[in-house]
Design a protein around this ligand. Structure first.
Ligand SMILES: [Zn+2]
Length: 589
């Protein structure tokens, strides 16, 4: 569903953010013009969650979550953007205005597919409770999965027959095309008849964040049944790279802990939840992908990856350490003792044993360095070879500050001096490290790892707040942008007169500068309401400050020079505070 910008603004304006947040059970206390409380997005004892009712924004200084009423519902209640708008309009008593022309009703195929899966999940559950499911009950007993876990994860069993689910679901008026689309039945080319995909298997319903069954993982019970695991096919609502098993079941504790433990299998997840590690998740029928880590970032600051102790497990751990490093997550690796998987480890050593194991987790960066060094001789030459191997992964860290800090950490652990490191970095920089300037036209924003989110937000709100331009000219320069496309875009926008932004009409650019027009439209097309301009500005400037500081520290040769750099940084920080105030004042007027 699409809403006009005007409607979104109307709904947001009609919402009292303090009331909305309080209604969600979060106690807010007045502090000046703002309100303060304990952050619902991370665990804390002293309140760092701030709500600004005038501007309709919240921000947590502890975990940096921030946004408006819509974002709050998206983050806290896990609603989609449209659902959040619907919820707020209902709350404010404003009738929904769906944009004509672009209005798309919910996909009817999707509704039918979800109904089909819901009925199937109920059917498999019933079978587990019936005498027909005895073989599965016996299996669960052997695997020592207690009954409360069957319920919590809504485990079921598919009957060991060719048309059990098919007949039952057809009786419930579910059509064969829906059954085919959701992958519950297949068509035999030989006989031309339909048959159940899942037969005689333990069924793990995979649920989305609203608790809806969107697919199944199915484990063979008889050892002769192959393959061991079968999974539902991907559909519009079930995309393997977007789903984590256990996330729905553990959501409330994950929100509190801001941590995720990644394991491989469904039964591992269940065993961990059983032992109180309810922040455990697993990818469904696929390896861990960067997309999964992007999801992880929404819920967690820390991720812990568990691997089996055999050589395959160790190789996987190293591969994953490379995968983890570019993401802004505190990430750790644990390798289990040889011969164990998380399930068997917990059965042997229990909760305390696992807690001890968790304490021995190794930061992904350290793991990466340790394992890489091991491959090469212990000499400067060897270490340089190792560094060479790590540089491409470092290259993928898009935030320059994090890249710099990681590089310094690696240098320290590999005992490579800052001098050599700086030279290496420069050499790489000349080659390709920062060479992303070539492609100046943007063609997508969402999930684009090469663009800075703050820069995007800043530009998006600038294009909507014409009154900021006279000040922006004074305080923000194109070279402060890190994303090349944004740098260029901002420089071009600066050439327009202030008056052009009062009632900004991007269509006027279509003829005069098609490239600029395209980029501006891309920024305006995303249905994101106003952002905290001052905050994004501050973070961009702070980031640049930090980079400049790190660079001058790296290139300074004496304590005196380093002290100078520190002094300069403190002065810049003071300046920055004043600039932030100027913008805050203008925005609260
Ligand atoms: Zn927080």
């Amino acid at each position: 569903m699409q809403f006009s910008k005007g409607f979104i603004r109307k709904v947001a304006d009609a919402t009292n953010l303090v009331d909305l947040i309080s209604e969600h059970g979060i106690t807010l206390k007045r502090a000046g013009t703002n309100y303060k409380g304990l952050c619902p997005f991370h665990a804390e004892k002293t309140p760092s969650f701030n709500v600004n009712p005038l501007r309709g924004f919240f921000h947590c200084f502890g975990c940096n979550t921030s946004g408006d009423a819509i974002k709050f519902l998206i983050q806290y209640d896990r609603l989609s953007f449209s659902e959040a708008i619907e919820e707020l309009s209902k709350r404010a008593g404003i009738p929904l205005e769906i944009e004509s022309g672009s209005s798309r009703r919910a996909n009817p195929d999707e509704d039918k597919g979800l109904r089909c899966l819901r009925e199937a999940a109920a059917f498999y559950c019933e079978k587990l409770a019936s005498p027909e499911g005895n073989f599965a009950v016996k299996y669960l007993g052997q695997r020592m999965v207690p009954e409360n876990m069957w319920e919590q994860f809504q485990l079921g069993v598919s009957p060991d027959e060719w048309q059990g689910a098919l007949n039952h679901l057809q009786q419930n008026k579910i059509s064969v095309p829906d059954l085919l689309r959701t992958g519950l039945v297949k068509l035999s080319e030989k006989s031309g008849r339909h048959y159940d995909t899942f037969r005689g298997r333990l069924m793990f319903p995979i649920r989305d964040l609203r608790g809806r069954c969107i697919g199944f993982g199915a484990r063979a019970i008889k050892s002769e049944d192959k393959p061991k695991y079968l999974n539902s096919p991907e559909t519009s609502y079930y995309q393997k790279s977007q789903v984590l098993y256990g996330l729905y079941e553990g959501l409330s504790s994950i929100r509190k802990l801001r941590r995720l433990i990644f394991v491989e299998g469904y039964l591992d997840v269940i065993r961990l939840h059983e032992n109180g590690f309810t922040d455990s998740v697993a990818p469904c029928g696929t390896a861990l992908t960067p997309e999964h880590l992007k999801i992880a970032r929404k819920y967690a600051n820390t991720v812990v990856l568990l691997f089996d102790g055999d050589s395959a497990g160790k190789n996987a751990a190293l591969r994953h350490a490379h995968l983890l490093l570019p993401h802004a997550l505190e990430s750790y690796i644990i390798t289990l003792p040889e011969g164990d998987d998380p399930d068997t480890f917990l059965l042997k050593h229990g909760k305390t044993g696992f807690e001890e194991l968790l304490e021995r987790k190794v930061p992904a960066l350290d793991y990466l360095v340790q394992q890489t060094i091991r491959k090469y001789p212990d000499s400067i030459q060897g270490r340089m070879q190792g560094l060479e191997e790590l540089l491409p992964t470092l290259n993928e860290i898009s935030d320059p500050k994090r890249r710099q800090i990681s590089l310094m950490a690696i240098g320290e652990r590999m005992k490579i001096s800052a001098d050599i490191l700086a030279k290496e970095l420069k050499r790489k920089a000349n080659k390709n490290l920062f060479n992303k300037d070539k492609n100046v036209t943007l063609n997508r924003l969402s999930n684009n790892p090469n663009i800075s989110q703050d820069e995007q937000w800043l530009l998006q709100s600038l294009l909507r707040k014409g009154e900021l331009w006279p000040l922006v000219r004074e305080h923000l320069y194109p070279e402060e942008f890190q994303t090349p496309q944004f740098k260029q875009l901002f420089a071009k926008l600066l050439q327009l007169p202030d008056a052009a932004f009062q009632a900004f009409d991007p269509l006027k650019l279509e003829q005069s500068d098609p490239e600029l027009f395209q980029s501006v439209m891309l920024l305006l097309a995303e249905e994101i309401p106003s952002h905290d301009f001052g905050l994004s500005l501050k973070r961009i400037k702070e980031r640049n400050l930090e980079i400049n500081f790190q660079e001058s520290i790296l290139s300074s040769n004496s304590n005196e020079e380093r002290a100078q750099a520190g002094l300069k940084r403190r002065k810049e920080e003071e300046k920055l505070k004043k600039i932030k105030q100027i913008f805050d004042n203008i925005l609260t007027l």
